[in-house]
Write a protein that binds this ligand. Structure first.
Ligand code: 5AD
Ligand code: SF4
Length: 444
């Protein structure tokens, strides 16, 4: 189909925070090309579906989303499929969905403007290369937008090859963005009004690079340098692998005030046999030891994690070990998923695939326990005072919503404050998913 030059774009992102970050960069790139943002896909003449491939029938969802983009009069916008489904199933998408104009992988989206040009002429445009040259060098500088909390991708890809995971295939090998680029982007965000930066990477704590003086640094060195930026008040990072929790990073949790007391450290399972089959290269004991060390330097740290239930061959007893580990750690929050075979990963071909019923039952039990722990963690903050960075308006007039240091959503009832303020509050009550607080003073 021939398209005229698109004027309004809409980006719909699924999946992890890194995909959200990529979606923001795609939007900024389209804005730099002179397009304006449409609030919904219906109002756009270029729709970018920024897809996720990590679990379940993500690809099927993409096909139904594509179908829904057809308008009543039979017309449709220019359609780009980006993200990890594009990377994993590019050719298949091109075959199955003839209405898709552009297929672009997560390492190639800096070429979107060219691909749009190509698609205008009615020619299919496909780019799922994983070039060694970084896309980051080809993206426009960060747009200056008032964004109290922002993501900043510092590392991409993964070399760990957990046997269930598609990431090494969709995002490629581990790469770290250079120190200077990250520091520059952080400054640009702060000048635009950002006060909290979350450093992102599939394996963010594997980040390495050389500082201005040419000294080799790890993520802790980068965090310490970013903490010196005036106006940047808070730093977070996600997602980490237990094997890359260095001594320096653990120490930073006790020493860097701006580093928030929150650690997302996926463990996936509580049985050493299952962890080995997953190729996790850590044990239950080594994981617990890490948690103990982080808590020793930062006793109030909120621990978060990811879990997979029903990995091939997981027995009832092994699942019970997962519940045991959860009780030992006592999580502030966590994500848990049913194992989903990903085409091309080793676990997809393993014997002992677990039935849907068993997985449902295990997931329910695990989530009940995790929800209990989360509710208890939230309830324990009632009566405490803390700083909250206000990020958006709430449902009721005068309400603003922000994040506590421990990444809880906090609703603040006070119209004297504004989005972007870091306020000091006292927590008045706690629900399972959010806290309600009263303002004490504006400057935290
Ligand atoms: N099935 C289920 N969950 C998965 N995850 C990754 N791959 C799979 C899969 N094949 C989960 C892991 C990971 C999180 C981002 O998604 O828990 O940490
Ligand atoms: Fe989904 Fe993984 Fe891709 Fe993120 S990196 S979008 S979680 S498949």
């Amino acid at each position: 189909m021939n398209h005229s030059s698109p004027k309004k774009y809409h980006v719909k992102s699924f999946g992890c925070q890194m995909n959200v970050y990529d979606g923001e960069r795609m939007a900024e790139m389209m804005a730099a090309q002179g397009l304006s943002a449409a609030d919904s896909a219906d109002d756009a003449d270029l729709v970018i579906l920024n897809t996720c491939h990590i679990r379940e029938k993500a690809a099927e969802k993409v096909y139904s989303d594509i179908g829904r983009l057809k308008r009543e009069d039979g017309s449709r916008p220019m359609i780009a499929v980006a993200g990890c489904v594009a990377q994993a199933e590019g050719g298949e998408i091109a075959r199955r969905a003839p209405t898709v104009d552009i297929v672009v992988g997560p390492q190639a989206y800096h070429r979107l403007p060219e691909l749009v040009e190509q698609a205008k002429g009615g020619k299919r445009a496909l780019d799922t290369d994983m070039p060694a040259i970084s896309k980051f060098d080809h993206l426009p500088a960060r747009a200056k937008q008032a964004r109290p909390g922002a993501f900043l991708t510092v590392q991409e890809g993964c070399d760990k090859f957990c046997t269930y995971c598609v990431v090494p295939y969709t995002r490629g090998a581990e790469i770290s963005r250079p120190w200077g680029d990250i520091v520059r982007e952080a400054h640009a965000l702060v000048e635009g009004g950002t006060r909290e930066i979350t450093l992102l990477g599939q394996n963010v704590n594997a980040w390495t690079g050389d500082d201005e003086a040419g000294r080799g640094q790890g993520l802790d060195g980068l965090i310490r340098a970013l903490a010196k930026i005036d106006g940047l008040e808070r730093i977070r990072y996600t997602t980490s692998h237990p094997n890359d929790m260095s001594d320096g990073l653990i120490a930073a949790h006790g020493e860097v005030d701006k580093l928030m007391p929150f650690l997302h450290l996926p463990v996936q399972a509580g049985s050493d046999r299952v962890l080995k089959a997953m190729n996790r290269s850590h044990t239950v004991e080594s994981y617990l030891k890490l948690i103990e060390r982080v808590r020793a330097v930062r006793p109030d740290i909120a621990i978060s994690g990811d879990f997979i239930v029903g990995f091939p061959g997981e027995s009832d007893a092994e699942f019970e070990e997962t519940l045991g580990l959860v009780r030992d750690v006592d999580y502030a929050m966590a994500y848990s998923f049913k194992y989903s075979p990903r085409p091309g990963t080793p676990a997809a071909d393993m014997d002992g695939q677990i039935s849907a019923n068993v997985m449902d039952e295990r997931l329910q039990r695990l989530q009940n326990l995790l929800n209990e722990q989360q509710a208890r963690f939230n309830a324990a903050t009632v009566g405490r005072q803390c700083a909250v960075l206000l990020e958006r308006t709430g449902k009721l007039p005068g309400q603003l919503i922000g994040k506590s240091p421990w990444l809880q959503s906090v609703i603040v009832n006070d119209s004297a404050a504004a989005i972007g303020d870091l306020v000091h509050v006292e927590i008045a009550s706690a629900g399972p998913n959010s806290l309600i607080a009263n303002l004490i003073r504006k400057a935290a």
